[in-house]
Ligand binder design. Structure first.
Ligand SMILES: [Zn+2]
Length: 338
């Protein structure tokens, strides 16, 4: 989906030089956070190696390029562990395929989410990594090498991917055809992931909740009755939604504090809603905003520790409304048990 979009410039440059100089390793591990371009770059590398053009590769029009784009190139093998494990059967299938001579110059094996290789599959793959039957290049991708089979990791040249900067994400979004106000907002909310930024920019993800977070903060700062407050707490949703939504809420309060303290609009994530930010920040106090931010962070920590979701959301709203002033760690003890 993100073909052609910057992944990690440095990794790309490094690999381009390795390709040009004929110095490619036979196995790579691209690791780092989700959505920063690891798979994109792995596929790009495969495309370049598969292209038969003598000029700038990939040309996109030679027969191998066309087969690659159609997903039918016989030298390309993909095992995808996204959301599922990669089992021994898939590795055996790969090994079968590798017995044939390559159609082009070498066979390319992409192992996505290599952390999801089963132990058995990893063992089998290890043998193939050590002694592939013919010319082959392996590119494994995954988030954390320490959660992958160490024997497999040790056979790979490791290339770390970092989170993308705000500028890199804005550039990536532009290349994907997004423009206007949505760029800084999506980039600000993206946590360094172009994939996430693109989802937000396309209005998927929780775009709608950005607006709700803003209006919730507005109501809480303006004063709200307890019945309404509990109703809002319910609207925050169940655990997964609550995590996503409180993140937007956190960014909103961060913006309020930032505006209050600096009056600089440049760094606001929600810079497109400056009027609201100005109004709400005017009603708030700095210590109040700091307490609110702490309250949201506390809730998010407690959610990962199996807190009672409804109660946690209610306590959060109470704290945001300033109705509970203390930090609530122990005074509300018991609320983090199910
Ligand atoms: Zn080509």
């Amino acid at each position: 989906m993100f073909d052609g979009i910057i992944g990690q410039d440095l990794a790309r440059r490094y690999l381009a030089r390795a390709v040009a100089g004929g110095r490619l390793a036979h196995a790579y591990l691209f690791y780092g956070p989700a959505g920063v371009g690891k798979k994109t770059l792995a596929r790009e590398l495969a495309r370049i190696l598969i292209c038969a053009d003598s000029g700038e590769r990939p040309c996109g029009i030679c027969p191998p390029c066309r087969m690659f784009l159609a997903g039918t190139h016989p030298d390309l093998f993909v095992m995808d562990g996204a959301g599922k494990s990669i089992g021994i059967a898939q590795v055996r299938q790969l090994q079968q395929g590798l017995r044939f001579r390559p159609f082009g110059t070498l066979q390319l094996c992409l192992v996505q989410e290599a952390g999801n290789l089963t132990a058995e599959a990893a063992n089998a793959l290890l043998k193939t990594l050590e002694e592939p039957p013919g010319p082959a290049l392996f590119v494994l991708t995954g988030v954390r090498p320490d959660r992958m089979p160490p024997t497999v990791v040790s056979r790979c040249l490791k290339i770390p991917f970092r989170l993308l900067t705000r500028d890199e994400i804005m550039l990536g979004l532009e290349k994907m055809g997004f423009k206007g106000d949505v760029l800084p907002v999506a980039a600000g909310l993206s946590r360094g992931s172009l994939g996430r930024a693109a989802e937000l920019a396309a209005g998927r993800g929780d775009g709608d909740w950005r607006e709700k977070a803003a209006s919730l903060a507005g109501e809480l700062l303006a004063g709200i009755g307890v019945a309404e407050l509990f109703a809002r707490a319910r609207e925050l949703g169940e655990r997964a939604e609550l995590l996503a939504r409180t993140e937007l809420l956190l960014l909103w309060y961060r913006d309020l504090l930032l505006w209050r303290e600096t009056g600089a609009a440049d760094y606001l994530v929600n810079a497109d809603r400056l009027d609201e930010i100005r109004t709400q920040a005017g009603r708030a106090t700095t210590p109040g905003l700091v307490r609110s931010i702490n309250a949201i962070e506390d809730l998010r920590k407690k959610l990962s520790a199996n807190a009672n979701v409804r109660l946690a959301a209610e306590v959060l709203c109470l704290r945001l409304a300033g109705l509970v002033k203390e930090d609530g760690h122990d005074t509300a003890s018991g609320w983090n048990t199910v």
